[in-house]
Design a binder for this molecule. Structure first.
Ligand code: FAS
Ligand code: PHB
Length: 389
């Protein structure tokens, strides 16, 4: 088999790259470990920056997002029984879109179908070869046979646990990590959202987040210990814990109901420097992880794909290698600033078991300052709507 760009991973990063390159006349083949049903069924991110929305529209996959997505102009932060509105649009002139990653992935697959894009599901033993040559290739198992895929470039869009990053020799990469002493227990329920906008709740018992997918589908998260066993969390315990972390006015109107999905996600900040090794480029979770507090995971994958697709189109269109030579530096610049924001928002809103009394007062003072200062709210807002590409 042969293609221009071999893409490992059929999540949002891999599918979006495949779609953009195909529309530019560049051939790709996507290799995905799981079935399409499994990938389309994953419940993950919920908030799209305007940069991500623009990228999706330009790739021809914005129609259902613009029809069904919820445009949001702000969100609330609650703490010590008070609620503070962060008016994103007044502060930045911009908005965000609440449209689940599940839907984005479904739209991407539908677009790949329409264009006849090649996505192989159920691939195994993916291995990357000759990355430092100008003829890299991949070997993999599929339908009981071993295959070889020759290509010009490999895009490692295989998430945090994929083989791409590990194919870069340890001496050629630097890794930075912060693992948080807690996780998020999230549920999906066919109930009306507790508020029209998102609510980020800081509470002495722990953080909680009230989000949604549509007027009859709510997404809630509560901070939990990182070694929590989900079997210890029947729905009524979840609802009771969530209620306690919300101000009384919201707690009273919280509509509860059976969870249709329940999962625990660990929280970490992680960056792999470099995002390029020879003819291999890393994008999305394969290169970096952010705690979901700032709603940046999916959006960072999108900006990586913006830079990488632009670089590859320059290479194939004008034999201009400046984009691919500068990809890692350009992508990492935005990655680190977004890592900082996600770490800052996580540090601000969560309860850290090992915090000293002084650190607890610093956290409280930062929250008070944030909600009293237009300058502080503007800083939060311009990061939340998305830093420029
Ligand atoms: P993905 O992990 O989505 O996709 C990688 C793909 O590569 C997967 O389909 C995988 O099956 C495939 N793959 C892996 N190894 C392979 C192999 N060996 N061969 C072939 N294919 C292979 N972000 C937010 O903004 N908000 C959230 O609330 C949020 N919640 C999350 C909850 C969880 C449990 C997780 C894991 C992530 C969450 N994220 C959230 C972050 C998430 O949205 C990611 O940022 C986003 O999926 C990144 O997309 P990709 O880089 O495409 O990686
Ligand atoms: C979600 O709706 O899943 C969501 C929203 C905002 C976040 C994280 C997750 O910060």
């Amino acid at each position: 088999m042969r293609t221009n760009v071999a893409i490992i991973g059929g999540g949002p990063a891999g599918l979006l790259l495949s779609q953009i390159l195909h529309r530019a006349g560049i051939d790709t083949i996507v290799l995905e470990r799981h079935s399409r049903e499994y990938v389309e069924g994953r419940i993950r991110a919920g908030v799209l920056e305007d940069g991500t929305q623009t990228l999706l529209r330009r790739a021809g996959i914005g129609e259902r997002m613009d029809r069904e997505g919820l445009v949001h102009e702000g969100f609330s932060i609650t703490h010590r029984e008070k609620s503070h509105h962060i008016d994103l649009t007044t502060l930045t002139g911009r908005k965000v879109m609440v449209y689940g990653q599940t839907e984005v992935t479904r739209d991407l697959y539908a677009a790949r179908d329409t264009m006849g894009g090649i996505v192989l599901h159920g691939v195994e033993q993916v291995a990357l070869h000759d990355l430092q040559s100008n003829k890299p290739h991949i070997t993999f198992g599929h339908d009981g046979a071993v295959h070889r895929l020759d290509c010009d470039f490999i895009a490692g869009c295989d998430g945090f646990h994929g083989p791409s990053r590990e194919s870069i020799p340890k001496k050629s990469r630097r890794e930075f990590e912060r693992v948080y002493p807690f996780g998020w227990l999230g549920i999906l329920s066919k109930t009306a959202p507790v508020d029209e906008e998102l609510v980020y709740a800081a509470h002495e018992d722990g953080f909680a987040l009230c989000s949604m997918r549509n007027p009859r589908l709510s997404r809630y998260y509560i901070q939990c210990s990182s070694d929590e066993d989900i079997a210890n969390w029947p729905d009524d315990r979840f609802w009771k814990t969530l209620r306690k972390r919300l101000p009384a006015e919201l707690a009273e109107r919280l509509e509860t109901g059976p969870s249709i999905e329940k999962s625990i996600a660990p929280l970490r900040s992680y960056v792999c420097e470099t995002m390029r090794y020879g003819r291999l480029f890393l994008a999305g979770d394969a290169a970096h992880i952010v705690p979901p507090t700032g709603a940046k995971g999916l959006n960072l994958a999108a900006s990586d794909i913006h830079y990488l697709s632009e670089a590859l189109i320059q290479w194939y269109g004008n034999a201009d290698s400046s984009g691919i030579e500068g990809y890692a530096e350009r992508a990492l610049s935005r990655v680190w600033k977004t890592e900082r924001f996600s770490w800052w928002m996580t540090s601000l809103l969560h309860n850290f078991p090992d915090h000293s009394p002084f650190e607890q007062r610093m956290q409280r003072a930062e929250l008070d300052y944030l909600t009293e200062s237009r300058a502080a709210m503007t800083t939060l807002a311009e990061n939340y709507v998305g830093l420029p590409y």
